[in-house]
Design a protein around this ligand. Structure first.
Ligand code: SAH
Ligand code: SF4
Ligand code: F3S
Length: 470
């Protein structure tokens, strides 16, 4: 066991020095005006949380943030590699910056995140996008100030793909995007190596943050008014295994839940192979833990689950769901599904359809299989055409729409506690969310944004609810 223990290191003093040096250079260049950074984040909440650290460091170096790249001195795209479509979007949007760089030659264009940990991507950027000045991967976050300083001073292109994929760093300044909804990473990386997935290759080995560091951050977030806190990890159920004093995820979440305050506690993502009864019991008895379980099953066919290396079967998944439904009153279940995994037949796909009919999920994130370079599934035989997979995909959406509509209709007439999150631009209605992560639209003043309210559900439209303030 001992060699599996991963201890955190503190962000080095040297990086704080670099932050000061960056501030000095910028001050001279901008003659006292604040430099502007534009940070765009692709992909999952892990990336959002990383961007918040990068923004924290930029903010300490004196940067302000803009919603548009046009007036920025520093442009950063934090990229996602999970599917081809995600990568194509990044390549397209980076290409579009070429003109901007021509107009403003001073601007520094940088790319970071999961895509940049792949050698072939970094090479393509190097060769085809000469106006990109700085590239770094997910393992280089802890010396971002040094990388930024070097590219500002040398004016040369800086490219770095990290090799610290087993390390964990603490002490980052964090510039949170939201003021009442916030992300709290509890672990990094993944050891599961599902055969389709690029994440373990670009995010490194699974490693957990110390419990006390997480508890301190959670306390601070609650004290500063966060109402909706999501604990993040690729597989939160295996939290604590790399710590010197191992802790289970259920223990961690129970401890946070015991903190006083008016807030909801969420987490993502859970892996079905180790979603324990202890965790489900913790959700059931929690005061703040939302009655929502996002439990991606990917496929309803045992043959395909095996080929995906998921380490559970349909029976075990359904047993977990049955226990969650029994213990957690009104539990809201959501999931991720991949359609068209190599070798999947229509018979296998029908097993996925029957599973979603049986469980009745509130909502689903559905994806068509996308081969990722370097993963085992990239090389599997994949005889089904894209057109056929598209047909299955639409069939899945139709079935789920029916289920979601039925589930949402059954909530009409009920009273729900919701968090008001914002205003819908088109209609001026307020947007809110239930503890089960269902969207509710209602009339009301903007001053309610960021508060909890009780609403009566008056109507259901597919997977969206309409409500009235009580
Ligand atoms: N760690 C999380 C998921 C991270 S990726 C978990 O294990 O549940 C988010 C989702 O993207 C996955 O659940 C999966 O459904 C989908 N996904 C990942 N790799 C994919 C690929 N190569 N093609 C299509 N979908 C993929
Ligand atoms: Fe990818 Fe599987 Fe890890 Fe999730 S558990 S990040 S799907 S390898
Ligand atoms: Fe994408 Fe990286 Fe998240 S590949 S889904 S941003 S971990």
């Amino acid at each position: 066991m001992a060699e599996n223990i991963i201890k955190a290191e503190q962000l080095s003093e040297k990086q704080s020095e670099y932050i000061k040096l960056i501030a000095e250079i910028i001050e001279i260049r901008k003659r006292g005006e604040k430099p502007i950074a534009f940070v765009r984040t692709y992909g999952c909440q892990q990336n959002v949380a990383d961007s918040e650290k990068i923004k924290g460091m930029l903010s300490e170096a004196g940067f302000d943030f803009s919603d548009s790249p046009d007036d920025a001195d520093f442009i950063l795209f934090n990229t996602c590699a999970v599917r081809e479509h995600a990568e194509d979007r990044v390549f397209g949007n980076v290409g579009a910056l070429k003109n901007l760089k021509r107009k403003h030659p001073q601007v520094l264009i940088a790319l970071c995140g999961c895509m940049m940990e792949q050698e072939h991507v970094a090479n393509r950027i190097y060769n085809s996008f000469p106006f990109v000045g700085l590239v770094f991967g997910t393992h280089s976050l802890h010396h971002f100030p040094e990388l930024l300083y070097t590219s500002l001073v040398d004016g040369k292109r800086v490219f770095e793909r990290g090799n610290d994929d087993k390390k964990i760093y603490e002490g980052f300044p964090v510039h949170r995007d939201g003021i009442f909804k916030g992300w709290l990473p509890i672990m990094y990386g993944c050891n599961n190596f599902c055969t389709y997935c690029i994440v373990p290759y670009v995010r490194g080995r699974e490693r957990s943050r110390e419990k006390d560091v997480i508890l301190k951050e959670a306390r601070e977030m609650i004290a500063s008014g966060y109402k909706d806190i999501t604990l993040l990890g690729q597989n939160v159920n295996s939290y604590g295994k790399t710590l010197e004093n191992p802790v289970t995820f259920a223990e961690l979440i129970r401890e946070i839940d015991s903190f006083e305050g008016d807030y909801w506690l969420r987490f993502m993502t859970s892996h079905p192979k180790d979603c324990s009864k202890e965790l489900i019991d913790a959700i059931a008895s929690g005061k703040h833990i939302s009655k929502h379980l996002h439990l991606p099953f990917q496929s309803g066919s045992d043959r395909i689950l095996k080929a995906m290396n998921r380490h559970y079967d349909r029976k075990k998944y359904l047993e977990t769901i049955a226990y969650a439904k029994e213990r957690i009153d009104g539990v809201s279940l959501t999931s991720d599904i991949i359609v068209g995994f190599p070798g999947e037949t229509y018979e296998d796909f029908k097993e996925t359809l029957s599973l979603i009919r049986e469980v009745e999920f509130t909502s689903l994130f559905t994806f068509i299989f996308s081969p990722r370079k370097g993963t085992p599934a990239e090389k599997y035989d994949d005889p089904v055409s894209a057109e056929e997979k598209g047909k299955w995909f639409r069939e899945l959406l139709d079935v789920q729409e029916e289920i979601a509509a039925k589930r949402c209709s059954s909530m009409v007439g009920q009273t729900e506690k919701v968090l008001i999150e914002g205003v819908k631009e088109k209609t001026g209605e307020l947007n809110a969310r239930t503890s089960g992560n269902i969207i509710v639209e209602l009339d009301g003043g903007k001053d309610l944004i960021g508060t909890f309210q009780n609403v009566k559900i008056t109507k259901a439209r597919n997977w969206i609810l309409k409500g009235e303030l009580i």
